[in-house]
Design a protein around this ligand. Structure first.
Ligand code: G4P
Ligand code: NA
Ligand code: NA
Length: 192
């Protein structure tokens, strides 16, 4: 997606050879026009897949998921990292370990919002090691719903996330694929 790659190059910064900072449009400040384009692109890629629901994880997955949900005209559910005050015990739970942060998070989704028969598109802002996406897939399976695929805004292709998810047989659609961040230079895997 060209406008996204342009935003990454012009407004992003390689903080190291592993970490890309994009808080000017995705992780802190949000660029609404760019997020609308992201939603249109995801919707276009999954328009023939009979998606009934989008599942993401708070917080940075919500903006791109929301615009996609508007385009596909379906509900959006976000997994919580902390149990909400009003959440009952009627929840699906999965453990997500972050290699980046070296911590484990329990994520929860109410059983009211993912149901057997749902066809779920999983969306997240970043794909690194794939643990967040695998946790969301686990929750969809607990609900006896199906996974239509995984939509990622920015994939760090030098990390193993895509491989982990594809090995389980799921489709991954990434709007920008970072080949390398070495020496502060951001480069992409070129696709047609
Ligand atoms: P994984 O799910 O692919 O295994 O990812 P990992 O544990 O490595 O990521 C932990 C957090 O760091 C996630 O956000 C993820 O989106 C984010 N992250 C990973 N790599 C990068 C990167 O290069 N740049 C940026 N900006 N973020 C990265 P989170 O803790 O869930 O936070 P948030 O959704 O509230 O923003
Ligand atoms: Na995220
Ligand atoms: Na994030």
């Amino acid at each position: 997606m060209e406008s996204l790659k342009q935003a990454i190059l012009e407004r992003g910064k390689a903080l190291s050879d592993q970490v890309l900072k994009v808080d000017a449009f995705l992780n802190h400040q949000i660029d609404p026009q760019l997020m609308i384009q992201v939603g249109q692109e995801f919707a276009d890629r999954f328009k023939n897949d009979q998606i009934t629901k989008i599942l993401t994880i708070e917080s940075s997955g919500i903006a791109p998921s929301f615009t996609t949900a508007v385009e596909l005209d379906i509900p959006l559910v976000f997994a919580r990292k902390k149990k909400s005050l009003t959440m009952s015990d009627n929840v699906f739970v999965s453990q997500v370990y972050s290699f980046t942060k070296k911590e484990s998070n329990t994520i929860t989704v109410s059983k009211n919002f993912i149901e057997e028969g749902d066809c779920v598109l999983i969306i997240d802002d970043f794909l690194a090691n794939g643990q967040a996406a695998l946790g969301l897939i686990d929750i969809v399976k607990q609900a006896q719903a199906s996974v239509a695929g995984v939509g990622i805004v920015i994939e760090k292709s030098f990390q193993p996330g895509r491989k982990q998810i594809e090995e389980l047989g799921y489709r991954v659609e990434s709007l920008a694929r970072i080949k390398s961040l070495d020496t502060g230079q951001i480069s992409f895997i070129e696709e047609n």
